[in-house]
Design a protein around this ligand. Structure first.
Ligand SMILES: Nc1ncnc2c1ncn2[C@@H]1O[C@H](COP(=O)(O)OP(=O)(O)O)[C@@H](O)[C@H]1O
Ligand SMILES: [Mg+2]
Length: 359
């Protein structure tokens, strides 16, 4: 069985790594010549919306998935004419646009921060009058790792914020004074089997995820699963879906969702019976889903910018290194480490060992 992946970055690479033991082969469609999944897969080097390249991919593979949500809708449409593409096009259309996404959350009874649509400077002024400040202006599409966002404080020039995001369609969102950020990784197969991983608690720095820790028996787990189930069922979803939340007291405010495997689920590689990558493939192939139960107390630390001291990291017990084969560059995710320990205390101690190495 051959799987096509739109995008050839680290998520495609880890999908391939999870798929080989299941006897799967992979072809990635990715314009970058040095894509980090390319050494592990066939590589069609072309734009995502190149009709000839899409035709070639459709001939080579049995089904198609993707590793990012900004895939052109036309690509999914063309591929969908000849073979199954999962997650479904409606999930992609929703998740790529923050306004659609937040509107759907609310329609399904899932709370979000208050938000307003912004088309122009006048709309921004109106949004500010409605929501107050501080607030965050976010581009509707193409934002990631905090890019395409502008925090607006009381007294700030609104025109400058509008310029800073590039004067493109946006949403303005109330700033949430959250207790924690958490995310759920959910998965649904073609025949409708569903599974949910334990919530991860996420710590961001400069808008980029740094640390995800698997939570055990968290009191918010049932609500997060309920919200994720509503979304999976509404979309007739297939594959892994990640939803990020702001936790405020008993409430979970949905921030965004990703119709793909997600950075806050990397801990599952060594920290759960079945990784998110394997379960995504199982779901897409309509195989029975694997157990999402955690193994011990697990966390994931992103490696951002510089290559770490590999020897020092591997000298730490119970630490697993994942380098993506990407050239170091400021603010670039070039790898991660996962760690699994028998207790929360041991996990905390190991995380501070890791911090010391990474400083
Ligand atoms: N409305 C908000 N209130 C408080 N913090 C926010 C808000 N929106 C975003 N953030 C912070 O910025 C991070 C990145 O924003 P997010 O909307 O998830 O965009 P992306 O992950 O696509 O860059 C969030 O994880 C959170 O830490
Ligand atoms: Mg996010």
């Amino acid at each position: 069985m051959k799987i096509g992946i739109l995008g050839g970055g680290q998520l495609a690479r880890m999908l391939a790594l999870a798929g080989y033991p299941l006897g799967l082969d992979f072809v990635v469609l990715e314009p970058a010549p040095d894509a980090c999944a390319a050494p592990l897969a066939g590589h069609i080097q072309a734009a995502y919306d190149d009709p000839a390249a899409l035709e070639q991919l459709a001939e080579l593979v049995d089904r198609v998935t993707y590793e990012f949500e900004s895939v052109p809708a036309s690509a999914v449409e063309q591929l969908g004419e000849s073979l199954p593409v999962y997650p479904p096009a409606n999930a992609l259309a929703t998740a790529r646009d923050r306004h659609h996404e937040k509107t759907l959350f609310n329609e399904l009874g899932i709370e979000t921060a208050p938000f307003a649509e912004v088309h122009d400077l006048a709309g921004l002024k109106q949004g500010v009058a409605q929501l107050g400040l501080p607030a965050i202006l976010k581009t509707r599409t193409l934002g990631y790792d905090g890019k395409g966002q502008q925090l607006i404080h009381p007294g700030d020039e609104l025109e400058a914020a509008w310029q800073a995001v590039g004067q493109v369609p946006c949403i303005l969102e109330g700033l949430v004074n959250f207790d924690r950020e958490v995310s759920i990784i959910a998965v649904r197969s073609v025949s409708g089997e569903m599974a949910f991983y334990p919530l991860a608690e996420n710590v961001h720095r400069d808008g980029i995820l740094r640390l995800s820790t698997c939570l055990h028996e968290d009191s918010h787990q049932p609500l997060a699963e309920d919200y994720a189930r509503r979304m999976l069922e509404h979309l007739g979803y297939v594959g892994v879906l990640a939803i990020e939340f702001f936790q405020v007291g008993e409430h979970l405010l949905a921030n965004e969702m990703a119709p793909r495997v997600h950075n806050s689920g990397h801990w599952t590689i060594e920290g759960a019976h079945t990784s998110q990558f394997e379960n995504h493939l199982r779901a897409v192939l309509d195989l029975p889903l694997g157990s999402t139960q955690p193994l011990g107390h697990a966390a994931m630390v992103n490696l951002i910018g510089d290559l770490p001291d590999t020897k020092a990291l591997l000298g730490l017990e119970n630490v697993h290194l994942h380098l993506y084969g990407k050239a170091p560059r400021p603010d670039r995710k070039i790898g991660h480490v996962t760690v699994r320990e028998a207790s929360v205390d041991e996990l905390q101690a190991r995380l501070s060992n890791i911090d010391n190495v990474l400083q």
